[in-house]
Design a protein around this ligand. Structure first.
Ligand SMILES: Cc1cc2nc3c(=O)[nH]c(=O)nc-3n(C[C@H](O)[C@H](O)[C@H](O)COP(=O)(O)OP(=O)(O)OC[C@H]3O[C@@H](n4cnc5c(N)ncnc54)[C@H](O)[C@@H]3O)c2cc1C
Length: 387
């Protein structure tokens, strides 16, 4: 029998692992990936494909991934006309269209990794809406040039005038519309669930509710006090990267989203961009998912905290009511947010940081398109080091 004072000697607020837990989950790790978003899981899956005998561990702080990958709009997009025009004011034609190519190839990679059925792929077309005729004309003036530049990458006639459909879609205050015939929708939830399933089937261990607190060399400290080491560590936390890599050019950028009730008479299908992409909406069956408005408060949305603000929510509701769903009966059924990782350029950062450490972050608003390919690239970078 222990006396009470002796028992106290054994009490601890740190989690203690059993011998078995330590041995099976935290010993002899070849690569530990921090973050189970699309990039983290794709990195893990590719590492396991390239090195089947390796022991790969993915750590995720949330009970589900809790960043952007399960919380986005599911646009399989590679560039609207005004987005490309805007990019061309800062970058060369080569740079802009090489990013278009990366996004396109990223989507092909995602589709071949999981298959169209498992990502709910729907080639429904992507539309850009213009409230003023002159804005439409300015955008449309680039269509011929952009079609020529995208033909060898994607196919013929990527962009066309679709103003004739405005009435049928039921929009109000829209004076022009350009369609991207190759833009598609994915079902974000289905995609991530199947990616996770593939990781499990590949023999990768994914631990949820496991926040990494700090890194020291190849030692990883978890929020619950557990420490262990891994031969390689790959940081794929995107908008949360500053915690580990304060010097990196990646800032958090929150994006707020709402989804409506079912609208039986909803008359459009596809993905839609409004006001140079600051707003985006799509149908989800007979519902509308609508997000954006970060431009109303860039500073306020530079946060890693999930949540909504009145200013942005009010604007989303106003645009839904006046432009997208005028005269329709609906309610807002859900509101949520996600955190992106953005920086001074739109190129993701995939690099080796030291002997043990790698990162693959800064997906901007393009992670659905490029995430699986970035993961593949990150895995390739690690494998070149041979573990
Ligand atoms: C509202 C919204 C709409 C979007 N719409 C689109 C779209 O339509 N098309 C498109 O291409 N892209 C879109 N994006 C962007 C896209 O979702 C992201 O670029 C992509 O999901 C980033 O993937 P990731 O794996 O790099 O990061 P994330 O998905 O954010 O994954 C990072 C993970 O790291 C975890 N993590 C963070 N810190 C720790 C820690 N200390 N320990 C353990 N785990 C940690 C987080 O919980 C998270 O799960 C959208 C984003 C948002 C927010």
């Amino acid at each position: 029998m222990f006396r009470a004072s002796a028992i106290n000697l054994y009490l601890t607020d740190k989690m203690q692992l059993s011998y078995w837990e330590k041995e099976s989950f935290f010993t002899n790790i070849d690569a530990c990936i921090i973050g189970s978003g699309i990039v983290g899981l794709s990195t893990a899956i590719e590492l396991k494909r390239l090195a089947p005998a390796s022991n790969i561990l993915v750590l995720e702080r949330g009970f589900l991934p809790y960043g952007a990958s399960t919380r986005n709009a599911g646009f399989a997009c590679f560039g609207s006309v005004t987005e490309l025009q805007d990019d061309l004011t800062r970058q060369s034609e080569d740079e802009v269209f090489s990013l278009v190519e990366t996004r396109w190839k990223g989507l092909l990679n995602l589709r071949s990794l999981l298959g169209d059925e498992k990502i709910g792929f729907c080639l429904c077309g992507g539309y850009e809406l213009f409230a003023a005729k002159e804005d439409f004309e300015k955008a449309y003036s680039s269509v011929e040039q952009f079609n020529a530049l995208t033909e060898s990458i994607i196919g013929k006639n990527v962009y066309n005038d679709a103003s004739g459909k405005i009435g049928a879609f039921g929009f109000k205050g829209v004076e022009g519309m350009i369609v991207n015939n190759y833009e598609a929708q994915v079902n974000t939830g289905k995609m991530m669930k199947n990616l996770l399933l593939l990781a499990h089937e590949s023999g990768i261990t994914v631990l949820n509710g496991t926040e990494v607190d700090s890194l020291n060399g190849n030692e990883i400290s978890l929020g619950n006090g557990i420490k262990f080491s891994s031969r390689k560590i790959i940081i794929t936390v995107n908008g949360f990267a500053k915690k580990f890599l304060p010097e990196l050019d990646v800032e958090p950028a929150r994006a707020q989203v709402v989804v409506t009730s079912e609208i039986p008479e909803l008359s459009f299908e596809g993905t839609f961009h409004y006001e140079k992409g600051y707003y985006y909406f799509r149908n989800v069956g007979k519902r509308v998912l609508f997000g954006g408005g970060r431009n109303l408060d860039f500073e306020g949305e530079k946060t890693t905290d999930m949540g909504q603000t009145e200013k942005i929510q009010q604007q989303l509701e106003k645009l839904l009511k006046e432009i997208i769903l005028p005269g329709k009966k609906y309610s807002i059924e859900q509101r949520w947010s996600g955190i992106m990782g953005v920086g001074s350029t739109r190129k993701p950062i995939v690099k080796k940081l030291n002997e043990y450490l790698y990162c693959a972050v800064r997906m901007g608003g393009m992670g659905v398109a490029i995430g699986s390919l970035v993961g593949k690239e990150a895995a390739g970078t690690v494998i070149r080091e041979e573990f």
